[in-house]
Design a protein around this ligand. Structure first.
Ligand SMILES: *[C@@H]1O[C@H](CO)[C@@H](O)[C@H](O)[C@H]1NC(C)=O
Ligand SMILES: [Ca+2]
Ligand SMILES: [Ca+2]
Length: 374
């Protein structure tokens, strides 16, 4: 590690700490880590669901959808460079500081702050939208895992009374999550909802396996966690958010989270109660939209909570595991309930899990040839 950079890092860290002490925005909430439902929406955690009336053996269906991508056609057949969606941004290679030495959630493995060296890569400018996902589904007659399982997790407050009355179970650690029959990407709030007027919103209720299938079809792949965090930080060292340490600089919202008392009422003070279109809010310094907030984003890495403090090059997470890493927080996050809309924050789900606040974006080593350089 070059000495100069190291000194600079300490200096910045010191400044940031001083700024934080004088600002309300930087006070750390005293959250009971066990009450957060961020990772509660997993299929293979039957102990987390109370009053299960679903047969557990459904989980074996997961094998149907592992490594499915080779079966599908290529996006190049229907996507051309006149299309302004699917655009990617070049993320410069180099060294950056991943994680933090001031973790909010120790159990999540947000620490330590560590130097990571990464190669140049490309990142989708925004979360994958319903319109984009629909093209993939139509071209491949693709069925998502939520459709195969027949249900997915929806925030209780988003359901109609009719749908709510049919549900008998909830997630023990997060009772606001309800497993809803017929909830999937086309019906995000259950069978009586649709996405007709929300084609520019992020696709949700997609599993990690679904995300891999989509990205592969697009001649892309999921980002590693390190790539995702590099992209989130947009060249800023040791900051909470992509743009700095203050969540609402100049009293402007830069990300879609929850205002009001969770889970009772989302006042939508930031302009959106619920999910927003994938290009809402100003992009970060690299030109990426909604890295923080709106929907959680799957990464390629298996979940682990201990990290080497020494320099690593293009790290890829654990070799194996039960959960995949998701990053960025969602429109359901508040500072008091789930302060995970920070670049260093992380959470996890099993690769077959899906929920109404979980989507993804793709990365690539090189720009797919059907895309123009931005
Ligand atoms: C889609 O949902 C909207 C809003 O709830 C509703 O007005 C519309 O009739 C629905 N469309 C279809 C095709 O179900
Ligand atoms: Ca919001
Ligand atoms: Ca996001």
């Amino acid at each position: 590690m070059p000495n100069k950079q190291y000194r600079l890092m300490i200096f910045w860290g010191f400044c940031a700490l001083n700024l934080c002490l004088s600002k309300e925005e930087c006070t750390v909430p005293q959250e009971d880590e066990t009450t957060c439902g961020c990772a509660a929406t997993s299929r293979r955690r039957p102990e987390s669901i109370v009053e299960i009336d679903e047969p557990d053996d459904k989980t074996t269906e997961n094998s149907l959808n592992t490594a499915p991508s080779f079966k599908y056609s290529k996006a190049v057949n229907i996507v051309d460079d006149s299309d302004c969606t699917h655009q990617m941004v070049e993320i410069p290679g180099g060294k950056f500081i991943m994680g933090t030495n001031d973790p909010i959630f120790h159990a999540d493995g947000e620490h330590p702050a560590r130097w990571i060296e990464i190669d140049t890569f490309y990142m989708d400018a925004h979360e994958v939208s319903n319109a984009e996902f629909e093209r993939f589904v139509n071209a491949n007659s693709y069925k998502t895992e939520a459709e195969k399982f027949g249900d997915s997790f929806v925030l209780e407050g988003e359901l109609s009374e009719a749908v709510k009355s049919t549900i008998q179970n909830a997630v023990a650690a997060a009772p606001w999550w309800l497993p809803v029959k017929g909830a999937n990407w086309r019906h995000p709030e259950g069978p009586d909802s649709n996405i007709t007027d929300r084609m520019d919103h992020p696709v949700v209720h997609v599993s990690w396996n679904d995300a891999v299938a989509f990205c592969t079809w697009m001649d892309k792949r999921l980002p590693t966690e390190a790539e995702w965090e590099r992209a989130c930080r947009a060249g800023k060292q040791e900051r909470l958010f992509s743009w700095g340490n203050k969540f609402t600089p100049n009293n402007q919202y830069r990300a879609n989270i929850w205002q009001g008392t969770f889970p009772k009422e989302d006042t939508g003070l930031d302009g959106w109660a619920g999910r927003c279109p994938v290009t809402s809010f100003p992009p970060n310094g690299y030109g990426l939209y909604n890295m923080l907030g709106n929907v959680w984003e799957w990464t390629n890495d298996w979940w682990q909570v201990s990290h080497s403090p020494s320099l690593e090059t293009n790290p890829r997470g654990a070799n194996a595991g039960e959960d995949k890493v998701k990053k960025g927080g969602s429109y359901m996050c508040t500072k008091g309930y789930c302060y995970r809309y920070r670049c260093a924050a992380r959470s996890q789900n099993t690769p077959d899990s899906s929920a109404g606040n979980l989507g993804f974006r793709c990365a690539a080593d090189k720009l797919p040839h059907y895309l123009k350089k931005l």
